[in-house]
Design a protein around this ligand. Sequence first.
Ligand code: NOJ
Length: 560
Amino acid sequence: MVEPWWKRSVVYQVYPRSFMDASGDGIGDLQGIISKLDYIEKLGVDVIWLSPIYDSPNDDNGYDIRNYMAIMKEFGTMEDFEQLIDEAKQRGIRIVMDLVVNHTSDEHTWFVESRSSKDSTYRDYYIWREGEEENPPNNWSSIFSGSAWEKDNTTNSYYLHLFSKKQPDLNWEHEPLRHEIFDTMKFWLDKGIGGFRMDVINFISKNEQLPDGMIHPEQMFGDGSPYFINGPKIHTYLREMNEKVLSKYDVITVGEMPGASTEDAQIYTDPINQEVNMIFTFEHMNLDSGPYEKWDIQPLNLVALKRNLEKWQHALHQVGWNSLYWNNHDQPRIVSRFGDDDKYREVSAKMLAICLHMLQGTPYIYQGEELGMTNVKFDTIDDYRDIETLNMYKEKRQKGIAHVEIMASIYAKGRDNARTPMQWSSDGGFTAGTPWIQMNPNTSNINAEQALADHSSIFYTYQKLIHLRKESDILTNGSFQLLIPDHPHLFVYKRQSEEEEWIIVTNFSAHKEQLECELCGVQNSNGKIIIANYETPNINGDIIEVRPYEAFVLAFERGK
Ligand code: NOJ
């Protein structure tokens, strides 16, 4: 079987609003992205995933789409988009679009029509239910706080919105809706895009009974997720989408799938099933949260992280395919989260990169990750823009929770941590105007200009990792074995192919750690260093002294 091209790809995610503003209105745009293609090419990736660029009123920064076939005005025009595909192609880079089809904006004409009358042709495009006065059809909470139902006065019925009330959920049961979505996909594929990242795609099939969910401690609403995550017809819908659309193009597909287990992922990504190439799991991203909400900050337990990644590596090896990520537009910055964004910023950012990119799967890099961009701490809630953050703040204040306590959660987990503008130069370099969200003040010493000029910067570690991914068969196909699984600070694993063996050693702590060579099969010194974030590792006899946040990869030929 021919190996699919995306198994050696590395994807770079661009959040257009915050990447580069060419027009000077403070909002990133397509011409801005085009102006930075050389930068992305230099990094070495071959795919760019664009967060949504469709026409949108921006209640959720483009994840609320008003028109699937038009470009958001602030971002530019269809000509700009075609130019982007073209110029990217000249550099060997494919453009992947975000497919947001669990919901639309309430300003989409389908919804405007749908809400206008119970007899509208578009009524069944959305999920409408009758409810009693002030009593919604069920107790589900919205992921963005409050009830998942909104009463609409025109027809006196409730519509479902798992996200904000300006993001009504589409009704996938309704065949004409599915056909409209498939036509939209073809429209973009025919323009030459390289695939889709599918927004919360495992939410599209709801249990038709819409039963009440459990109410967890300290929550006001019920948890409906068992009734909409990996719902009854999800595999049918994905196979239909594949058969009618995707199978006709050579593209990459990745489904964002909160709540998908490894068993689910095996079904979604096994090529036999013709669904998607890979999924985004959330399990490793939920390990530093309490059981019921991400705002409940918990320290990272490295053993749990290792065990979790091990589980995913084994489950999909030679079955399906993994995606690998630490960051995206919904997650805080990884160097602030699992690394050290102060004294060991550079070294810990490189360690995290090495740790992730040596795994099996397709790595995703989020803009600024290659610079070691960090979380931000704005003084007041007024400086935040993210609807999830703002709704949560309001809800918790109403419950009497102290401002400082809520801010601590926002500093650790808020999505705006990822959405401050890309740091191009010491004075920002993102816009000539006023940015829609403030820059992180540390742009003065963390920025692309400096990173490019310093050959030992984090940028070049990523560049090297991307290069390795392209040329190393062991990374694409080799097996994975977790070593010293119970060590609380060292994450050590082995990749193995018929010809060679790579040992990946990473230290997640700010202290020196001792590693016994014998425990990880490093019994001789003839290993070759593939990549490292310090000068040569300290191998002294049988012990390796692993320095704070150190990472290195040793390669051995097998049988030697
Ligand atoms: C997941 C997206 O990544 C996130 O940014 C968005 O708010 C929700 N889905 C709703 O579309």
